[in-house]
Design a binder for this molecule. Structure first.
Ligand code: IMP
Ligand code: MG
Length: 340
């Protein structure tokens, strides 16, 4: 039985496939709690389980395991409409709670996020998160504890998680966005409105640094970015399509910009997050013969070399490898603790 606190974060600009890795972990490791940190409903996580596709913007992706309790940390911004809708769609009312101090996104925040500087320069998702965080910092924001729609769901999330960790349970901590979109550590102003590195996610949910046992940083086999900001090696839309890397934003529907995997960015992200493990998704998108494979030894040799090169370049074990859309299309490798 696994236990302790596992933090899962995106290694690049979001859309690395965290949802898929987290849903696999939820199904295989049976966490008692899953808690979401990060910004808010600007995130879109897509998961496929038992043939059904689920798109989530507010709930933890561990929702696929019915035994897991679902929490939103105090740092997260809540859009009550999106939150309540997702609870209904996933039938998870009895096991979902949010922190009393989560701040609430109001209609005016969404409006402000869809015009002017935020739309034209930053290219935000338009979901109201930046303006809601701004009001929060100005100490004029509305909190979950004051919103009548959320009264049945209130909790002290920091206390709940720390108590579960005291009992040696397994807690999954889910980050959103990607570390390179961090307000502090990314390319300002082409960043989101919070720190979304592993440390920021821990702060969102209310655990101290000594609580963390694993930091799993998720990379996709190529890089994508939506919105403005630099992307080294950016491909033309035609070339992106030719390689089969064409993706559309799950929140905004925008075509994602794409580039090959970038070791310099990945190395910086491994350091920033103090990664102990790597999850690598969409290996099948660069090696189609790897599609659906769940056994590392049966991968084509070029795909194996890619994984081993990544481990060597990043000095971190690649433990989970995604080979297809289903939550269980994953190769899980044993970590050789003598090597790392
Ligand atoms: P905001 O977070 O909506 O303010 O947008 C700021 C920047 O972060 C924009 O470039 C967005 O496209 C990007 N962004 C925010 N959340 C995500 C995400 O979950 N995936 C990918 N990009 C995101
Ligand atoms: Mg996404």
């Amino acid at each position: 039985m696994e236990s302790g606190c596992w933090v899962i974060v995106g290694g690049a600009f979001g859309d690395e496939g965290k949802g898929k890795i987290i849903s696999y972990l939820a199904l295989k490791k049976d966490p008692s709690l899953a808690v979401r940190g990060g910004v808010g409903p600007n995130a879109g996580h897509t998961l496929v389980h038992n043939g059904a596709t689920l798109k989530l913007r507010m709930l933890p992706c561990a929702v696929v395991n019915e035994k897991t309790q679902l929490l939103l940390g105090a740092g997260v911004l809540v859009d009550p409409e999106v939150f309540l809708k997702e609870i209904e769609v996933t039938n998870s009312r009895s096991r979902t709670r949010l922190d009393r101090n989560c701040a609430v996104i109001e209609k005016k925040h969404i409006q402000l996020d869809q015009e002017g500087h935020l739309k034209d320069v930053v290219g935000t998702t338009g979901t109201g998160t930046g303006p809601a965080n701004s009001d929060r910092v100005l100490r004029v924001g509305k909190l979950a504890r004051d919103d009548e729609r959320l009264q049945d769901y209130l909790d002290n999330v920091s206390f709940t998680i720390n108590s579960a960790l005291d009992r040696h349970e397994l807690v999954l901590v889910e980050g959103t966005q990607g570390a390179l979109l961090s307000l502090f550590h990314g390319d300002y102003p082409y960043v989101t409105s919070k720190d979304v590195s592993a440390s920021g996610i821990c702060s969102d949910i209310g655990i101290g640094p000594k609580r963390v046992n694993e930091v799993l940083v998720v990379f996709k086999s190529y890089t994508t970015r939506v919105g403005s900001g630099p992307l080294e090696g950016e491909l033309t839309p035609d070339e992106t399509k030719k390689r089969g890397w064409q993706e559309y934003g799950s929140v905004t529907g925008r075509l994602r910009r794409a580039a090959p995997f970038n070791y310099n960015l990945a190395r910086a992200s491994v350091t920033l997050n103090s990664a102990t493990q790597i999850g690598l998704t969409k290996l099948d998108s660069i090696y189609p013969e790897a599609s659906g494979e769940r056994d590392f030894d049966r991968l084509p040799s070029k795909a194996k070399e890619f994984v081993l090169e990544m481990e060597a370049e990043l000095s971190t074990p690649v433990v989970y490898i995604g080979t297809g859309p289903d939550a269980e299309d994953i190769i899980e490798r044993k970590v050789d603790s003598r090597k790392w």
